[in-house]
Design a protein around this ligand. Structure first.
Ligand code: PEP
Length: 256
């Protein structure tokens, strides 16, 4: 259970991955309240080409917009890449870096993730730096070592308070429909929070991996869970809204 005063908003961040149309943005604009659930900040991380559409469609809503990846370079001969300043110009405030789908599908290393986080901050974005073990790491009992090694190598050493967010996403829980157990989440989040406090600065730590409205209450109540990174459920306005509402209710009841 949480037992400290909650001062920072609880982050509910959707990752649409390579999904999303103007029609879906319109549906979100129609179905979501214009104000965020109490105590929550809502963010949608979108394919970069629809960010300007999202900014227009959701102009009356209390929803911030992010990208899903950015180049580690500010500009130049990098065909197909998008820089952090381009994302800012398009209307983004956030960007996901080091999502497991990019680490595995595009062979992104910790060092690249670190450079991307640095470039994001320089360009004016808040990077959401993802870490998380695969199922073999957990079966071998080395999940905490893997998570903390990734964290150490993927976070710029000069990070300041408020400049970034960490997302703990066990790879085996992403898109599987089965989120990590409360004990597994507690163990990982406590370890990440302790590492950050000792080695860097305290940063919010999100949990990601099959979060749904019906699992959000129990997960939001866990100490050191400061928000969620939500994939599949963020494509449905009712589910995205539900996760925020349930989290807000949990936070108001918890002794934080
Ligand atoms: C994600 O893609 O970051 C994610 C957590 O996906 P899902 O919620 O679908 O597991």
């Amino acid at each position: 259970m949480k037992n400290t005063a909650q001062t920072e908003p609880f982050l509910v961040i959707g990752n649409w991955k390579m999904n999303g149309t103007r029609e879906l943005l319109h549906k979100f604009a129609c179905d979501l309240e214009t104000t965020a659930p109490a105590g929550c900040t809502q963010v949608l991380c979108l394919p970069s080409v629809i960010i300007p559409n999202a900014v227009d469609a959701l102009a009356d809503h209390n929803i911030e917009i992010g990208g899903q990846n950015c180049s580690s370079h500010p500009s130049g001969a990098f065909t197909g890449e998008v820089s952090s300043t381009m994302l800012v110009e398009a209307g983004a405030k956030w960007v996901i870096v080091g999502h497991s789908e990019r680490r595995t599908g595009f062979s992104e290393t910790d060092e690249e993730v670190n450079s991307k986080a640095d470039a994001a901050i320089t360009g004016g974005l808040v990077p959401i730096i993802c870490v998380g073990e695969c199922s073999a790491d957990r079966e071998d009992g080395r999940h905490l070592d893997v998570i903390l090694d990734q964290l150490a190598a993927s976070t710029p050493s000069n990070l300041q308070l408020g400049e970034a967010v960490i997302a703990y996403e066990p790879v085996w829980a992403i898109g599987s429909g089965k989120s990590a157990s409360e004990d597994q989440v507690r163990e990982a989040h406590d370890a990440i929070a302790a590492w950050l406090k000792e080695n860097l600065v305290p940063l919010p730590v999100l949990y990601g991996g099959s979060v749904k409205p019906d699992s959000a209450a129990d997960l939001a109540a866990i100490r050191n869970v400061d928000g969620f990174l939500v994939g599949g459920a963020s494509l449905d306005p009712a589910s995205f809204k539900g996760i925020g509402t349930v989290s807000s209710e949990t936070l108001s009841k918890a002794q934080r």
